[in-house]
Design a protein around this ligand. Sequence first.
Ligand code: ADE
Length: 225
Amino acid sequence: MRIDIITVLPELLKSPFEASILKRAIDANLVSVHFHNLRDYATDKHKSVDDTQFGGGAGMVMTVEPIDKCISGLKAERDYDEVIYMTPDGETLNQGIANHLSLKGNIIILCGHYKGIDQRVRDYFITKEISIGDYVLSGGELGAAVLCDAIIRLIPGVLGNETSALTDSFQDGLLAPPIYTKPREYKGMKVPEVLFSGNFPEIEKWREEEAYKRTKARRPDLLDN
Ligand code: ADE
């Protein structure tokens, strides 16, 4: 998989890809991530990528031309499955969207800034708009990092244990059940006995029940569908 990220603040985005699972995935060539500084595509001498709003109104708007130049340049080199715009009014990211995107070949992610982007970019270049939640960030970069993390860990081969993404919260529509490790008892706090029974169908049943209980208590909305 190849991910191209278009941003005015590449330095804000780079560190998540330089550590842990994302770095391992990149080092193993399971994914490549490329940063494009939008200012490099600006045509005026001030390298501006934004301008005032037609019709008046507070806040600067990102202009079409540098974005067009960057996206069209990338598209001239290869085909893209999606051109995603990070925006608080997009579709809210969930595990289903992450699963779907992890199967794609090449994607572009555009990070918004200032008041937003000229609507014509959204109408003519963007194929998908994603929000990471109902709150406003100062730019799309942190959202793009969240999206990339959620996608990349699902690419086959990225997680050491192939099954571990399958038992994540949300993968079966439920939150994950409680988990425990050694010691068996700590300052009087005990691990549920069933986990030592050696009866794996029984353990599986317990996990399913606990996952259901936890989901019902914390996220009853997940049980609606
Ligand atoms: N840009 C600003 N706020 C955002 C959000 N909530 N999700 C994605 N991109 C954003």
